[in-house]
Design a binder for this molecule. Sequence first.
Ligand code: F3S
Length: 68
Amino acid sequence: MSTIRVDSDRCQGHAMCVTQAPSLVDVDDLGFAVIIGDGTLSTPEHHEQAERAVACCPEQALHVEDES
Ligand code: F3S
């Protein structure tokens, strides 16, 4: 199972990730990315959204962890 994670130290609040992965990422009151739920990528759509979100972030604040 794979999981999307955010590195809060890197996130600068650009918010492109939210438009690319609205099922997986939201922003908090200050505009920084937060993962919705536990971030588990349980559908092909989740994987597609996660790939797009990771690719779009100019701060490289998002990544996908692969767990067996
Ligand atoms: Fe933060 Fe990158 Fe999204 S800077 S709000 S994780 S596009």
